[in-house]
Design a protein around this ligand. Structure first.
Ligand code: AMP
Ligand code: GLY
Length: 432
């Protein structure tokens, strides 16, 4: 098969690395890719959000299967345009992508199908939103209805702060169009995990869990980021908890979307809060997580092309109970450019990465990298590398990942030094 992968981050490098291991993959292209992806695929100069150019390239080059990494092109209808052109695609339709593309859509959907999530209301009017905030005697969370590049969730600590945010958003000041409608919801207290399942419109196929580290600083402090590291599986995942997630969240979602005439084909990435042992849905993403995808791909033993393609073909049932995972844990440490998630410099040189090539059970996924005119590897984004280790225990995976991180020579970069800390602490508690 000729496969086109869409995207340019660490997630896409992990997908590319795994796709090319499939005997079904004859040729892999990536639009636009990065310096790491260029080692396993032919990168083409088409932006991940350029729906028209992606469809044209796919048609002209007789691409058999398009794997879409990020959400934006799916929300913009890339899945539909490719299917209309007769090309198989991993990713939902524009309508089904609303599960991520519109918080209001997702919350109304959960309400209709009794899927556990935070209590909420939707607002377009500043006065109504203020009245609602005043009536709550608990903390609230404020979310833009539309996509806001991962920045549309605000966690005010007081009602005054909440009212100020609402005024700013609904007047179009802070998020433009995406913030002209809001969801205000109950603040949930608990531990967060990510859960992933594939769906083909009818059937779902459970994959696995992971835990992300969203804050920029050690000990989960500082600003929110796209994710500074992740490991898989989540340390407190049990068969019982997984069954609850499948029964109460994933299954009713797949059934509900089908009933609503928007069958979901692709991946459901459920952001969950585990509140006193019970899973509650924080949000849906309709793509793999970044950096969660990196440790997940390191653990996956089965052929990735088969199961992703089955989401489009509708034969996921054939793979039920057949997806094989390594017994090992995997852990990814993100190396980011100094200043991230604020302003950062691009073009700083990263040296010594070849040392990682020979390290056992370590893989270096590139996120924001490119080659400069002299061929040197340089940073080209905020999150730049995802150094991922595999190990018999989470502690061993962590040791391997950090050993490799320390070998990278990049003075203008930084990383969190405690990725996986909850899991490592839990393991120590168990051993004690
Ligand atoms: P998101 O950008 O949707 O991934 O949300 C960012 C983060 O906000 C989540 O990872 C949670 O930590 C937090 N969050 C979102 N909604 C809630 C909620 N209802 N209660 C508590 N925390 C939340
Ligand atoms: N790491 C969180 C996300 O991909 O949304």
């Amino acid at each position: 098969m000729k496969i086109l992968l869409v995207g340019s981050g660490g997630r896409e490098h992990a997908l590319a690395w795994k796709l090319v291991q499939s005997p079904k993959c004859e040729k892999l292209y990536c639009a636009p890719g990065n310096a790491g992806i260029a080692n396993v695929a032919e990168c083409i100069e088409i932006g991940a959000e350029d729906v028209k150019a992606i469809v044209e390239f796919s048609t002209n080059n007789k691409i058999d299967f398009v794997v879409v990494g990020p959400e934006q092109p799916l929300v913009d209808g890339l899945g539909d345009r490719l299917r209309e052109a007769g090309i198989a695609v991993f990713g939902p339709s524009e309508e089904a992508a609303q599960l991520e593309g519109s918080k209001g859509y997702m919350k109304d959907f959960c309400a209709r199908y009794d899927i556990p999530t935070a209590a909420y209301a939707r607002f377009k009017s500043i006065d109504d939103a203020k009245t609602y905030i005043q009536a709550q005697n608990t903390r609230v969370v404020i979310k833009t209805d539309g996509l806001a590049a991962g920045k549309g969730v605000l966690l005010p600590e007081t009602a005054e702060e909440a009212e100020a945010i609402v005024m700013d958003m609904l007047s179009g000041n802070s998020f433009g169009e995406a913030g002209m409608e809001l969801v205000i919801e109950e603040f949930m207290e608990g531990e967060e995990i990510s859960y992933f399942a594939l769906a083909d419109g009818d059937t779902f196929l459970p994959l696995t869990s992971a835990q992300d580290h969203k804050r920029v600083g050690d000990g989960d402090t500082g600003l929110n980021t796209g994710g500074m590291g992740a490991y898989s599986p989540a340390h407190f995942m049990t068969d019982e908890l997984e069954q609850k997630i499948l029964d109460r969240i994933i299954k009713p979602t797949v059934e509900g979307m089908k009933k609503d005439g928007a069958p979901f084909k692709g991946i459901l990435f459920a952001g969950l809060m585990i509140v006193k042992g019970e899973p509650k849905l924080i949000e849906y993403n309709i793509r793999f997580g970044d950096p969660e995808c990196q440790p997940i791909m390191m653990r996956l033993k089965s052929d990735l092309v088969d199961i992703l393609l089955a989401t489009d073909k509708g034969n996921l049932a054939e793979y039920q109970d057949k997806v094989e995972w390594s017994d090992d844990a995997a852990l990814c440490v993100v190396m980011a450019a100094d200043g991230y998630p604020g302003a950062y410099e691009k073009g700083t040189e990263i040296k010594n990465t070849s040392e990682l090539d020979v390290m056992e059970d370590v893989y270096l996924f590139h996120a924001g990298t490119m080659r400069d005119n002299s061929g040197a590897l340089v940073g080209s984004g905020g999150r730049v590398l995802g150094v991922t280790g595999l190990g018999a225990t989470i502690q061993q995976a962590q040791n391997r990942a950090y050993h490799a991180v320390k070998a990278v020579d990049w003075p203008e970069g930084f990383y969190r030094s405690d990725i996986g800390w909850r899991a490592v602490a839990a393991q120590k508690d168990k051993a004690a």
